[in-house]
Design a protein around this ligand. Structure first.
Ligand code: FES
Length: 117
């Protein structure tokens, strides 16, 4: 599989930022109301500023983990994060994207149903 990824893969990491917007008061909430668009723009600019290549940061529709949002997912790592500020994004860039380590304090587990405080 590793050789095939080299041959057929394109980005080394593909980051999806949920920016889904729902009407105010929706029971599931939405990532847009939690500043997702602005923070996605920040991350994109930071990745460029650091000169990190071969990474794509896309907006996405609902990733269906709304109650845990705002959420991003990083593939092919299949690591999901909740973030609340640019400080969290800086940590994800430094530790995960550059350092190759999961930021455990922000990572969502597979069966997680609510945000830990
Ligand atoms: S609205 Fe963002 S995960 Fe559903």
């Amino acid at each position: 599989m590793e050789n095939e990824t080299e041959e057929y893969g394109f980005y080394s990491k593909h980051i999806f930022f949920c920016t889904n917007e729902r009407k105010p008061g929706h029971p599931r909430g939405c990532c847009a109301e939690k500043n997702a668009l602005k923070i996605r723009a920040y991350m994109k600019a930071k990745i460029k500023e650091f000169g990190i290549k071969n990474i794509r940061i896309n907006t996405s529709g609902c990733l269906d983990r709304c109650e845990l949002g705002p959420t991003i997912v990083i593939y092919p790592d299949n690591i999901w994060y909740n973030y609340s500020s640019i400080v969290d994004i800086d940590e994800i860039i430094q530790d995960h994207i550059i350092g190759g380590n999961v930021v455990k304090r922000l990572a969502l587990t597979a069966n997680q149903e609510e945000i830990k405080n």
